[in-house]
Design a protein. Sequence first.
Length: 210
Amino acid sequence: MKLILLGAPGAGKGTQAEILSRELNIPTISTGNILRAAMKAGTEVGLKAKAFVEAGKLVPDDVIIGIIQERLSQEDCQNGYILDGVPRTIPQAETMEKLGVEIDCALSIEVDDEVIIKRMSGRRTCKDCSQTFHIVNNPPKKEGVCDFCGGELTIRKDDAPETVKARLVTYHKETEPLKKFYEERGKLCSVDNQPTIEATTAEIRKTLGI
């Protein structure tokens, strides 16, 4: 199965992608994680992306598409994949179509802006392995410490309320039109956000028929 996850920043795409990845045994391709790794390593692409991310702006298409093409050519993507965070704009989606990137379903997780802002303020990210937690919905076993690698958990700059609001404005302007793009191709599925991660997963399973 080849999926795209759509939804505002903080809608829970990353969390649901991890669950689906395990259940379907296909990799999650998260541009956010790939970019954060590049930024941490101080690569040319990483430094270029960093300025845009910290301003709450979208990373340019040429950077994103280059990263995705390289990743999808790897062997573990041959039986399917989950794209989380890409495409973010109509031009990106059109470019991916031209390059032959196939999609079975674009799954949109619907969440109100007010819920997003409240949710993001509770998010914590590991400085070392980029694993994310939430102080209410998905707390670490030990406060401030990553369950997976023992690294320090921090509030990312792009999770701060003022940055989240800027990112939501960008999302509604640049990314939300993708819903119509995929609806016109008969590939859009929408799922309303539920009170818990498990309930949202159950809705997704039902929608995808898995």
